[in-house]
Design a protein around this ligand. Structure first.
Ligand SMILES: *Cc1c(COP(=O)(O)O)cnc(C)c1O
Length: 423
């Protein structure tokens, strides 16, 4: 029986309306920037499997590190015990994170990293006998699907049934060139009229919203105001982290550094579910007390899994290697050349790039083309390119190891899409 048939018997897929969705495609092998399906057809992974597999699928260097780790120490509880992989990873992270990030808390996925960050911010003030009950977040942000993370997310299309159960969140638009004063004054009003614990944001690029950008100057100004009001600033770098935006972290392009950061996805290069909530010494110190309950009583069973830590250590080693730096530079430049080439195309509403991220908003009326997203998805898959368009936005965020030819194949497929819709 085919994988698709067996899948249908028992599997419930994420983000899927099973009554109408086309059956999922069985993938049998991955290698470098390639996915191979059950019929032997090869696809270029144009978004690195949700921006995780940045060093290529089945990267031998990472596999070797994980193999060695799982043969000596598979897993132990992380309360009461510690181990070298977690310690080495904490050292490696602190070395590349902004200077103010000093403490590393381990979780097992992006949403739980955000959940821990939000709980840290709330308890930080509670420990000082301050009840702060409000979070500030951007419109159209995405921070995950657990309750706290879902509350912070402004992309509300999936949150309907849960709206009455969410945390209190006040929203501001992202800062653009033409709206900074309005956004700043909206923030000030929120700060004056609410007891705010934290400001959570995806720095510089909102991924799930359709790879939307905002200005570093604007974000800097917002963080500065929050800091002046003693509000904890939380940078969700789960998408942007580890070299996507032209710097290791998007906040490297800011003057003001966040108090807390959330990392996952490329952290383990698609090899293992693991995530990090890092914070400043000051946040950590806010939990020190003679009273036990002022500690951070939050844990996931698989916290700091040694095999995941080994994958992350190997990934960070690759991140700093000359080969990867060269590839990041090459992809960023290739994106800019391609963007300039298609900018004036009648099917293009807007094209933007930042680092290895390229996003093209199509000038296509959604109504006219019905389910445009699915149509685009199929169009690319037919041409051996795996992308997941967000509405009318096609984006490319390839593994750093992608070859010139593979990147060209993606660009060619995009040009065919543009020609297809230019009628
Ligand atoms: C993917 C993502 C999350 C959620 O991570 P999961 O591992 O899917 O729970 C949170 N924030 C951002 C910015 C993301 O891109």
């Amino acid at each position: 029986m085919s994988l698709t048939k067996r899948d249908d018997a028992h599997i419930w897929h994420p983000l899927t309306q099973h009554q109408t969705a086309s059956p999922p495609l069985g993938i049998v092998k991955t290698l470098g920037a390639r996915l191979i399906d059950q019929h032997g057809k090869s696809y270029i992974d144009g978004i690195a499997s949700w921006y995780t597999a940045m060093f290529g699928h089945c990267n031998p260097y990472i596999i070797q590190a994980m193999t060695k780790q799982m043969q000596t120490l598979d897993f132990v509880m992380f309360s009461g015990f510690t181990h070298a992989p977690a310690i080495e990873l904490s050292e490696k992270l602190v070395a590349i994170l902004p200077d103010n990030q000093q403490k590393i808390f381990f979780n097992d996925n992006g949403s739980t990293a955000v959940e821990a960050a939000i709980k840290m911010a709330i308890q930080y003030y509670d420990n000082k006998s301050q009840k702060r009950d409000t979070l500030i977040a951007f419109e159209d942000g995405f921070h995950g699907d657990t309750f706290g993370a879902m509350s912070a997310s402004g992309l509300s299309s999936y949150n309907g049934p849960f709206e009455d159960f969410l945390l209190k969140v006040k929203r501001i638009p992202t800062p653009q060139k033409d709206n900074l004063q309005q956004v700043l004054s909206a923030l000030k009003t929120i700060l004056q009229t609410n007891k705010c614990a934290g400001f959570i944001f995806e720095p510089l690029v909102q991924g799930a919203a359709g790879m939307k950008f905002h200005t570093p100057e604007g974000l800097d100004a917002l963080i500065a105001i929050c800091k002046a009001h003693d509000v904890v600033c939380i940078a969700d770098e789960i998408m942007t982290g580890f070299g996507k935006t032209g710097t290791n972290f998007a906040v490297d392009q800011l003057q003001h550094k966040p108090d807390i950061m959330c990392l996952s996805k490329a952290l383990t290069a698609g090899m293992f579910p693991l995530s990090i909530t890092s914070c400043t010494q000051e946040i950590f110190d806010g939990f020190l007390s003679d009273q036990v309950h002022k500690g951070f009583f939050h844990a996931h069973t698989y916290s700091a899994h040694p095999v995941g830590c080994a994958a992350a250590i190997a990934s960070i080693e690759l991140l700093g290697s000359p080969d990867i730096l060269k590839q990041q530079d090459y992809i960023a430049k290739a994106h800019q050349v391609f963007a300039a080439k298609i900018q004036q195309h009648p099917s293009v509403k807007q094209v933007r790039c930042k680092g290895v991220i390229l996003a093209i908003e199509l000038a296509v009326e959604m109504e006219r083309y019905g389910d445009l997203r699915n149509e685009l998805y199929e169009f690319f898959m037919d041409r051996g390119v795996a992308l997941r368009p967000l509405g009318n936005t096609v984006y490319v965020l390839p593994p750093y190891v992608i070859s010139n030819q593979e990147l060209d194949t993606i660009y060619k497929a995009i040009q065919q899409v543009l020609a297809h819709y230019n009628k």
